[in-house]
Design a protein around this ligand. Structure first.
Ligand code: AMP
Ligand code: TRP
Length: 351
């Protein structure tokens, strides 16, 4: 059986600000409203979404249902969702160019998730690295949502006939299981889903913790020194970079024996747009101190315009709320059309 399904969905009404073309690849990605958005999220995911925005048909989703897989509260979920909507707009996602919406506003995600659980094997979910990491030692007590998390992610992706999923390295396995579920569904019910490809960039896909280059920078890290948050004030950024772990030696060079410097050079390179060898050449013979001082200023300068925009959006939450409502309306058109096909294929419709 062929593994390609051609795009079956075109929106009934193309947004007037955008020219949709069947030839454009569909991009889908998601991010959890779990607070503490950091420069790893920016460099590994969001900046790539923004940079490629005009090239593709984009759908970006704030995955609030995924955030329910770990303990949270009503107030923090709502606050984190509003913050993330503001943040995505502040970082440059443009509702005129991309569909941006909140997952739970499009109920088809939950429905397709359930249907896909029927083609998901217990064993393949148990083997997911993220589940093993997040449930470590407590798998009797974690939520079943943490276990079925990748099925909901597969539903997100498959609803939109997605070709490309721009994510950081940690999500590769979830895109792979999405392909496996789509392949199994297509084999059982006929060609229905497009098989997506992960779009993982060579640089920045895995920004490491500043206090431990063996661990990825993470929203859930308890040590504040490990990550630079998008909203960190300039002095906190300077302090965190100053205290960031370095490697033995004093040369500002990247390499397998220098994980800490490789991470800092990657951050420098991505914020400045200069390739790592050029940065190494600039700091040859200058030592870690000078490099760190400049790196801190580079980050401060790069985040400043985003922080200014964020403050403006926070003062007027209605801007993001309206953008999300409009995004959900547009997303629902695709999702509802896809679900009609899926229901029919499975045998949920009579006559
Ligand atoms: P999350 O923070 O898990 O909601 O992830 C949101 C997006 O940021 C996903 O595409 C992740 O792969 C990406 N991401 C998260 N942490 C990092 C990191 N340390 N380095 C690069 N990308 C990351
Ligand atoms: N699991 C992703 C993360 O934690 C978030 C996510 C949910 C996602 N659904 C998605 C990413 C669909 C890409 C595509 O980062």
């Amino acid at each position: 059986m062929s593994t390609t399904v051609t795009r079956q969905l075109e929106p009934n009404a193309a947004p007037h600000t955008r020219t949709t073309s069947a030839a454009r690849q569909r991009v889908f990605s998601g991010i959890q409203p779990s607070g503490n958005f950091h420069i790893g999220n920016l460099l590994g995911a969001i900046n790539n979404w923004v940079a490629q925005q005009s090239l593709y048909d984009n759908v970006f989703c704030i995955v609030n249902l995924h955030a329910l897989s770990l303990p949270t509260t009503r107030d923090s979920l709502r606050a984190n969702t509003q913050d993330l909507a503001n943040t995505l707009l502040a970082c440059g996602l443009d509702p005129a160019e991309s569909i941006i919406f909140v997952q739970s506003d499009v109920r088809e995600h939950s429905e397709l998730c359930w249907l896909l659980t029927s083609v998901t094997q217990f064993g393949e979910l148990r083997r997911m690295t993220q589940f093993k990491d997040k449930s470590a030692g407590r798998d009797e007590n974690v939520s079943a949502a943490l276990f079925t998390y990748p099925v909901l992610q597969a539903a997100d992706i498959l609803l939109y006939d997605t070709n490309l999923v721009p994510v950081g390295d940690d999500q590769k396995q979830h895109v792979e299981i999405t392909r496996d579920l789509a392949t199994r569904f297509n084999a059982r019910y006929g060609e229905t889903f497009v098989l997506p490809e992960p779009d993982i960039k060579a640089a920045g896909a895995r920004i490491m913790a500043l206090d431990n280059p063996a661990k990825k920078m993470s929203k859930s890290d308890a040590t504040p020194m490990s990550a630079i948050a998008l909203t960190d004030p300039a002095d906190d950024i300077r302090r965190k970079i100053k205290r960031a772990v370095t490697d033995s030696g004093s040369e500002v060079t990247a390499g397998p024996d220098k994980p800490a410097l490789t991470n800092l050079l990657t951050i420098y390179s991505l914020f400045s747009g200069e390739p790592i060898p050029a940065v190494e050449a600039t700091y040859a013979g200058k030592g870690y101190g000078a490099f760190k001082t400049d790196l801190a200023e580079l980050i401060v300068d790069a985040l400043a315009p985003i922080q200014i925009r964020l403050t403006e959006l926070e003062a007027d939450p209605g801007i993001a709320i309206a953008a999300m409502a409009n995004g959900a309306d547009r997303a629902r058109e695709y999702a509802a059309a896809k679900m009609a096909i899926v229901r029919e294929r499975i045998g949920l419709t009579l006559a």
